[in-house]
Ligand binder design. Structure first.
Ligand code: AQP
Length: 336
């Protein structure tokens, strides 16, 4: 059976983009794949995290996975730092990946910003650890949002170079799964910026734990323009350039309703945004509300969450260890 691996960073403020671009797809793939879903805490510490907040966020992402509908008995949910193979394989891959490859990574450039000299080495090596996450389990498919496409291409390059350097057919070349209408949900305040956990404006994102009033307020305040909702047949590329905020709200609606953007335009095109925003609020509250409520219940029982992670970690480790042993054998590292 083909195997899925994907992860979410426990960096707080889980949002609609994380849900539509990743977590909802994780849930949908579990009937057809063997799935391993990871709370990537080692990735989170590539930028500063308050230890108590980090512990809380690890449990919160776990709760989001479960509340969204991932079956932790049938599949694996765990946090990355419980399985040491990720860090060990990452070191081997640090010696396979080339500096030139990492220098091209746009996410590092965006996150390091002007203060590049002060960024952690971990932030720079982030995509190498991501390759190790995936290949530790020889995963064949990785569901992600569009922002992770470049990192996945790097994982493929690392797998291919490892196989080539050592003359083996060991690691699979992983396929990205970028699914659904909302592969890149944009900020509610600026249609040219990705919705993101670290945006300083609370109004830029709808989080999974927002209640109905907060969702309504954020959608009401979402930036639009004076024009009505774009009509059916409008050129989407042109809209992306000229009316990015309008297109973003249409895309979010389409994704939540599981329908093509064109159908949403057919229904709401030409109407005022105030009417459309009310319909979007109702839809968002109906789809996200139950997940947020379930998450709150789950985080109130940290013992249960920790059991899920411990059980998942043990099962993940059992899959990872034989792969790591083989890697060491291939590379020529002596082991007991
Ligand atoms: N805006 C988005 N639209 C669609 N998918 C998104 N993802 C993130 N943002 C969007 C997808 O969510 C998964 C988990 O992301 P992550 O937590 O590992 O890291 P990230 O991409 O760095 O998330 P953020 O929210 O943007 O955090 P910050 O602000 O820290 O950079 C991934 O599959 C990602 O594609």
């Amino acid at each position: 059976m083909s195997r899925i691996f994907s992860g979410v960073q426990p960096t707080g403020n889980l949002h609609l983009g994380n849900y539509l671009g990743a977590i909802r797809n994780f849930v949908r793939l579990q009937d057809d794949f063997e799935c391993i879903y990871c709370v990537v805490d080692l990735h989170a510490i590539t930028v500063w995290q308050e230890p108590d907040e980090l512990r809380k966020s690890i449990r919160e992402v776990t709760a989001a996975f479960i509340a969204a509908g991932i079956d932790s008995k049938k599949h694996i949910i765990f946090n990355q730092s419980q399985v040491s193979a990720h860090a060990e394989l990452a070191w081997v891959f640090n010696c396979v990946a080339r500096l030139g490859w990492l220098n091209r990574m746009t996410q590092f450039k965006e996150k390091a910003g002007k203060n590049r000299e002060n960024a952690s080495v971990g932030l720079y090596a982030y995509p190498v650890l991501m390759a190790a996450d995936i290949l530790t389990y020889k995963a064949t498919h990785v569901p992600v949002g569009e922002d992770q496409k470049q990192h996945l291409e790097l994982s493929r390059d690392i797998a291919q170079k490892f196989n080539h350097d050592f003359g083996v057919e060991f690691f699979p070349v992983t396929e990205p799964l970028i699914l659904g209408e909302a592969t890149r949900v944009m900020s509610l305040r600026d249609g040219e910026k990705k919705m993101s956990k670290s945006d300083p404006s609370e109004y830029s994102r709808i989080t999974l734990t927002d209640g109905p009033d907060e969702i309504a307020l954020k959608i009401r305040k979402a930036k639009t323009d004076p024009e009505p909702v774009p009509e059916a047949g409008a050129d989407l590329d042109k809209l992306r350039e000229e009316r990015p905020e309008a297109l973003n709200l249409l895309t979010i609606f389409a994704a939540l309703a599981d329908t093509p953007v064109a159908d949403v335009q057919a229904e709401y095109g030409g109407k005022q945004f105030s009417e459309f925003k009310q319909a979007l609020t109702d839809l968002a509250v109906a789809s996200m509300g139950p997940i947020g409520e379930e998450m709150q219940k789950l985080v109130a029982d940290p013992g249960y969450i920790d059991d899920v992670l411990r059980d998942g970690g043990t099962r993940a480790d059992a899959l990872a260890q034989p792969v790591l042993r083989e890697v060491k054998e291939i590379v020529g590292l002596l082991q007991p």
